[in-house]
Design a protein around this ligand. Structure first.
Ligand code: ADP
Ligand code: GLC
Length: 513
């Protein structure tokens, strides 16, 4: 199949969180013989710095750009996956984070930036960029790409579209005036289109207009159809439920493998787990914590935002540190939460080490060195850190929600005795539940190291690699294109298939240029 994978970040070119991990590794997992997968990204400075062998492919005249927008082409991460970059310096060549400026506030022209990106994707998807390649499927991810299915839905002859929700709370909401300023087709301003309580919603473009909608775990797929997790879109998601699938994210087992990890103190696997202790001692040494195997060393890696429940950790530090527990925190996000963590680190210098910022190497070293990884997220669409921690023999302590519920087996009497447990979970995201669960983990850790190592090994043996999940995406792509089975003769284009791509010049003119 020919698949255009459309995203605002992809590791290792540009990353702010799990979206990049997924959008860097899923396309490579999809790229089996017979599948031509190409990623399209904005040409941020970091991406231009890391991508090699780029050539200029086309120049497109797009609404929203005063000058033609260049499409650069190359290969993604030395793989078979193709790479397209949308190079519009005025929109994308600026320092720092793709979405926010130095002070943490959104770039004021985000709507223009990602509308332009969407229009470039649409041009490519419809064959207007003269690449000689026309995808059967356009796979979009999160609100930054939400206008792609909406704009493509205006074309009778177009590729099939799939929209993946990685986090429903980020919706790309803008005032109605932006809708007009972006010169979007009038027909899209409706409750079935981009309008959301009088505002322009980018994510609605994906949810309402894509042929299929997915999200990143089966439990989150159910949760977002409820008012608790639906962020106001639960009605639309219920309406689309026949076309909504939860597919669990996979993990990149090359990048996250303790046996080969070049960032960590000492590599290890299930046969030489004693080397994991060297990583714990190194983490304690590097972060000024008293060294030793006895205290339970907890790690937290992630955005410091309300979603992740980190404020719940902050209010229970005193109770937590009554026990032989240490904590290393790596993250950035909400400025107030960052400050509270930094202040707390001063109060508990021999218990708590806090690193504000983004640090890939330290993330690996915490995964390797900690005994447990704390993820008390209020909601978690999938979560990748807990999968990495399983692979690193670092026992997850998690709130039972979304993908955390789908990946972690809580230790209780039954799962302890049949050795199916992989972590410690709690049902309510409250400070008390976090303390209780950490203390439960500590007791298990102290009671018997043999049982602890058994718990660790069960987690390390879990397979959360991509093949099973990538196969589910491929099945959806085939369904969307009317290719019910994968025999070679059925992989071509069918005249009646929605995957058939032909140019519809009149509509292109109207909606893209
Ligand atoms: P989310 O995408 O909601 O932030 P995930 O668990 O899906 O959460 O993915 C988070 C990813 O981002 C992981 O790869 C994690 O290691 C990484 N990460 C988060 N914060 C940091 C940080 N401060 N430094 C390095 N890596 C980080
Ligand atoms: C989002 C979610 C996270 C998920 C990631 C990748 O950032 O918050 O749970 O793992 O996307 O899908």
């Amino acid at each position: 199949m020919d698949i255009l994978f459309c995203t605002s970040e992809a590791y290792p070119l540009i990353k702010t969180g799990g979206l990049a991990d997924v959008c860097g590794s899923l396309p490579q997992a999809l790229s089996a013989p017979g599948n031509d997968v190409r990623i399209i990204l904005p040409a941020y400075p970091e991406v231009l710095e890391h991508a090699t062998g780029l050539t200029s492919l086309a120049r497109l005249t797009l609404i929203g750009a005063t000058e033609p927008v260049e499409i650069l082409a190359g290969h993604f991460n030395d793989s078979n996956v193709g790479l397209y970059l949308v190079n519009s310096p005025v929109h994308f060549r600026r320092p720092g984070n793709p979405y926010v400026q130095e002070d943490g506030s959104d770039w004021p022209d985000n709507a223009e930036r990602f509308a332009l990106f969407a229009r470039a994707v649409v041009a490519l998807a419809l064959g207007q960029a003269d690449t000689g390649w026309r995808p059967q499927v356009v796979h979009c991810n999160d609100w930054q790409t939400g206008l792609v299915p909406a704009l493509l839905s205006q074309h009778e002859v177009r590729p099939a579209t799939l929209f993946s929700i990685h986090n429903l709370a980020f919706q790309g909401l803008f005032p109605v005036e932006t809708f007009t300023a972006l010169k979007l087709p009038e027909s899209l301003w409706s409750i079935d289109g981009l309008e959301f309580h009088g505002k322009l919603s980018f994510i609605k473009g994906g949810i309402a207009c894509a042929d299929q909608v997915t999200t990143v775990s089966p439990t989150y797929a159910q949760e977002i159809c409820t008012s608790t997790f639906g962020c106001g879109l639960e009605g639309l998601l219920q309406y689309r439920s026949a076309s909504l699938t939860g597919i669990l994210n996979g993990m990149d087992c090359k990048t996250w493998n303790p046996a080969t990890d070049r960032f960590i103190e000492r590599t290890y696997n299930i046969h030489n787990l004693q080397h994991k202790l060297a990583n714990k001692l190194a983490l304690q040494r590097d972060h000024g914590l008293p060294r030793g195997g006895q205290p339970l060393l907890l790690g937290y890696i992630g955005r410091l935002v309300e979603q992740k429940g980190v404020d719940l950790i902050l209010v229970m530090l005193e109770q937590l540190f009554r026990h032989p527990i240490q904590l290393v925190v790596l993250g950035s996000g909400d400025r107030a939460l960052e400050k509270r963590f930094e202040d707390a680190a001063h109060r508990y210098p021999d218990r708590l080490s806090v690193h504000i910022g983004y640090n890939e190497q330290l993330a690996h070293r915490i995964q390797a060195g900690a005994d447990c990884l704390l993820m008390p997220s209020r909601y978690e669409p999938c979560g990748l850190s807990q999968m990495y921690s399983l692979a690193y023999g670092t026992v997850p302590i998690t709130h039972r929600t979304g993908g955390l519920a789908d990946t972690i087996v809580n230790l209780d009497k039954t799962t302890a005795s049949d050795y199916s447990a992989t972590g410690f979970s709690f049902d309510d995201a409250t400070p008390e539940a976090i303390v209780d669960t950490c203390v439960r983990a500590l007791s298990y850790f102290q009671a018997s190291r043999i049982n602890w190592w058994k718990l660790v090994i069960t987690g390390m043996k879990k397979d959360y690699s991509w093949p099973a999940s990538a196969a589910q995406y491929l099945e959806l792509y085939r369904d969307m294109c009317g290719l019910k089975d994968s025999t070679p003769e059925n992989q071509g284009l069918h005249a009646s298939s929605p995957g058939l791509i032909l140019l519809n010049t009149e509509r292109q003119e109207t909606h893209i240029h």
